[in-house]
Design a protein around this ligand. Structure first.
Ligand code: MGD
Ligand code: MGD
Ligand code: MO
Length: 769
């Protein structure tokens, strides 16, 4: 089929990374920083003595001798280490009402925040304020709330272990467990699902396991964009002939072919390494069906092996010694028909049997997964079916095998480890009470959706944000924005200006902090912080750049000052811990046994891995076994033949709500984001064609076509995407996600599964290109 030529939309022919990546970095660097800084910053990234890349949570190889080049890591660093500044003069010349009309990209592109600011209603501007005045006003406002549970304390996953630990300590001494965090919108289905299955809410593999694996699955994640350093690992495996199977509704270039910038030969010869050996375009939301189909195939192969007198294909020793629930699982798989599996997955039985065969033949399997699995109404069910599939062949807790959730933010996993959770366990609370001598609250707090609901309903009146852009990241901007404008107090600890800061409360503050790349100087000298990657390695991070402004404070220091200003009778010696972060780590060690000898072990280049019981086949579940768990049925929403299912995705030029630019190179999109990716058949069925301007609206039978949730005037792009599935960019598409559209078990918004209709744009004034 020849395609219409459209402005900014073409087919991308190259492999992932390669020269295009180098050029993209050069472009980003030119726009943001001075050359001397750039070289220093990039060269110390992910080195044993440098800073941890704020890009993603993929681990570093043990012996990092040369820095691993990564386009998107470099963009994250240049965006933070930019030479641009958002100063008091900037705020003086723009009212907040004016800034509200700016694009998100333009707000952050003003550069680093330099001064603490307070909103002034009379002039509709943010004005500079001293740290001391800001803190005493914030402390007074928090003390004035009738109940500490009327405040929400949000965390975004860049915060270090030290910052996150102090934050949870402050908030619990203040008296609440209201810890909405970005993890609630991300891997909560993992944090809730895996403890029930295997007793820990984290993955069980290490980077070394990839060297020993003989089969790797990539389900619902896009490593070329979101975990680019993973491509190096996948490339090695691919070169060893390991089958790599991608299950994804979109053809993603990073999963297909990769030119390694680490390989001079590939760069010079324009050669590339194929990544996925097979690629299956599952329907959005069809993963449970594929996983059950694979289990069905495995059980059939097992039965035929046994019938021929063979040993069978299930790991019966593992199942007997280590698990419960196998009978119920077998009954559920037995009762699931191939017709239903084909309908829900969009894949023919033949394909699923082929994947099941590869799985059954391999001895050491790793399954990686990301947001394509977790951000669904059945996200927890998805995660637990992955665990089931692995457990059937004993693929958990041995070398070269295991479950590998790819975490999002560079320290989102560590933040959880050191206590950022709305559902704290007794060990954590007893530890706090033993070490610090106050009684932390025991009642469950709010997750991210519950926090926004409480704010909307007026039950919560204060919002403190340790980083992030909660209002834009959250579903339902219509409801969320309005809710946040009803707050009494909003405090944002941030590096850059974003839309959440412009949703004004009665009192609003912006507190500028140091970034990862910068020197953190305290009374005893420059400090290091620690982070935990996707594979649970805890390691140190030391910034080397001069801070963006002399008025910046570190996140731990800001939290400590807020605590002292809020809690006059605090039991915690905040100043001592800020003077020397080793004391924060001592306190972490005193509460969490896994951090024994924290300060000594973190000095080890590459860090250390706190014990992961499931990796050693110790199951910290109530049954003391790993549990096979059932998800009834295959569908997450009632089937509706006319609706399409929309998933929301990240472009190659974005970090969550931060847009570095408007290109999405691997998907062939240039200079724009107003597109919806649709299968050509689905376009034809609706009488539409590539390039038509369409409205995407939520298919809500109750609203009978009167849905208020509409993404207007986007260009339909015919794309290699599973039939029945469509995709649009996050966060623009959040207008289509209702606040109550989430996984009932984990509260994770189902950003990846929204039933929609696509129709020619109502406003036909915008002509197709
Ligand atoms: N450069 C960069 N790096 C990042 C981020 C970033 O924004 N930019 N964000 C960070 C964060 S916080 C996170 S959580 C991670 C996110 O990393 P990913 O998990 O890769 O996130 P998404 O871009 O949302 O993409 C999910 C992938 O799942 C596919 N998908 C969508 N729906 C389904 C489905 O129903 N089933 C299956 N099998 N697949 C589906 C999409 O096609 C896409 O390829 O990346 C982190 N790293
Ligand atoms: N539709 C849809 N919605 C989604 C998703 C999706 O796939 N689809 N993904 C969800 C996911 S996985 C996540 S994790 C959330 C992300 O939600 P958040 O974590 O809240 O959002 P970010 O865009 O990462 O936050 C960017 C802001 O963080 C601040 N910042 C950057 N670095 C630092 C720092 O070092 N310190 C401090 N204090 N601030 C800093 C800057 O001010 C910047 O503007 O979005 C969720 N929303
Ligand atoms: Mo995330």
């Amino acid at each position: 089929m020849t395609r219409k030529k459209l402005e900014g939309i073409e087919d991308y022919q190259g492999a992932a990374a390669g020269w295009g990546a180098l050029k993209a970095v050069a472009d980003a660097v030119r726009g943001q920083m001075s050359p001397a800084k750039e070289t220093h910053g990039l060269l110390t990234m992910n080195q044993p003595h440098g800073f941890d890349c704020p890009g993603c949570a993929w681990p570093d190889p043990k012996h990092t001798s040369s820095f691993e080049f990564c386009e998107n890591g470099a963009k994250a660093v240049t965006w933070e280490a930019t030479a641009k500044r958002t100063t008091p003069e900037f705020f003086a010349s723009h009212t907040v009402s004016e800034l509200w009309t700016w694009q998100d990209y333009d707000l952050e592109n003003e550069g680093r925040l330099t001064h603490p600011m307070v909103y002034d209603r009379a002039t509709d501007r943010y004005l500079p304020i001293s740290w001391q005045d800001a803190m005493s006003q914030i402390g007074a406002a928090l003390r004035a709330l009738p109940d500490p549970n009327m405040a929400e304390f949000y965390t975004s996953g860049r915060a270090s272990n030290e910052a996150a630990f102090l934050y949870q300590l402050f908030v619990r001494e203040y008296g609440t467990n209201n810890f909405p965090d970005c993890s609630n919108m991300c891997h909560e289905a993992t944090s809730v699902g895996l403890p029930e299955s295997i007793g820990v809410g984290k993955g069980t593999v290490t980077l070394e396991d990839f060297d020993h694996s003989d089969c790797i699955f990539c389900i619902g994640h896009n490593p070329g964009t979101n975990h680019p350093r993973m491509l190096t690992t996948l490339r090695e495996a691919s070169k060893r002939g390991v089958p790599i199977i991608a299950i994804n509704p979109l053809r993603e270039r990073g999963l297909e072919r990769f030119t390694s910038p680490q390989s001079p030969v590939e760069m010079l010869t324009l050669d590339s390494t194929p990544i996925a050996s097979s690629y299956y375009l599952v329907k959005v939301g069809g993963d449970i069906a594929v996983l059950k189909g694979m289990m069905k195939t495995l059980l059939a192969l097992d039965a035929s092996s046994l019938a021929k007198g063979g040993p069978g294909l299930l790991d019966r020793e593992f199942i007997a010694a280590h698990t419960t629930g196998i009978e119920a699982l077998l009954a559920d798989i037995e009762a699931t028909s191939w017709d239903a599996i084909e309908a829900a997955s969009g894949l023919p039985r033949f394909d699923i049997e082929a994947i099941g065969n590869v799985y059954a033949k391999a001895n050491r399997v790793i399954i990686n997964y990301g947001m394509g699995i977790t951000q669904h109404r059945h996200g927890t069910g998805n995660v637990q079916q992955i665990a089931n599939l692995l457990m059937l062949r004993g693929n958990i807790g041995r070398e070269g095998a295991g479950i590998s959730p790819l975490r999002g933010h560079s320290n989102v996993q560590g933040d959880r480890t050191v206590g950022i959770t709305e559902i704290p366990n007794d060990a954590l609370l007893d530890g706090i009470s033993r070490v610090f001598g106050f009684e932390p609250p025991r009642a469950k707090g709010h997750n991210a959706v519950e926090a926004v609901e409480a704010i909307r309903d007026g039950r919560s009146k204060a919002l403190i944000c340790l980083g992030g852009n909660l209002a834009v990241a959250m579903s339902d901007p219509q409801a969320t924005f309005e809710a946040m404008r009803g707050l009494d107090l909003a405090v944002h600890i941030a590096t850059k200006l974003n839309r959440s800061h412009l949703l004004l409360a009665r009192q609003s503050f912006i507190l500028p902090c140091l970034g990862r790349t910068e020197i953190d100087m305290q009374a005893t000298g420059p400090q290091a912080v620690t982070v935990e990657d996707s594979m649970s390695m805890v390691h140190a991070s030391r910034g080397g750049l001069k801070p963006a402004s002399e008025h910046l404070k570190s996140e731990p220091a800001i939290i400590a000052e807020m605590a002292m200003a809020t809690l006059p009778n605090t039991k915690v010696r905040w100043s001592e811990m800020i003077a020397d972060y080793n004391k924060i780590r001592d306190a972490i060690e005193a509460i969490f046994p896994a951090f024994k000898d924290f300060n000594a072990r973190v000095l080890h280049p590459g860090g250390f891995r706190p014990r992961n019981a499931a990796s050693e086949r110790e199951w910290l579940t109530p049954t003391k076994k790993a549990n096979f768990l059932i998800y009834p049925g295959l569908e997450e929403d009632p089937p509706n033949e006319n609706a399409l299912t929309l998933t929301t995705i990240r472009s190659h030029d974005q970090y969550n709500t931060t847009l570095y630019g408007l290109n999405d190179r691997y998907r062939g999109i240039k200079g724009r984001r107003d597109v919806v990716f649709v299968n050509a058949q689905d376009l034809a069925k609706r009488g539409l064609s590539h390039g038509d301007i369409v409205d995407v609206s939520v298919d809500d039978p109750a609203e009978q076509g009167l849905s208020e949730r509409i993404l207007r005037g986007v260009t339909a792009v015919a794309y290699k995407i599973a039939e029945g599935s469509v995709a649009a960019y996050y966060p623009e598409a959040n207008v289509l996600v209702a606040l109550d559209h989430y996984d009932a078990k984990s509260g994770t918004p189902s950003y990846k599964s929204i039933p929609v209709q696509i129709k020619p744009a109502a406003d036909a004034t915008s002509k197709p290109n």
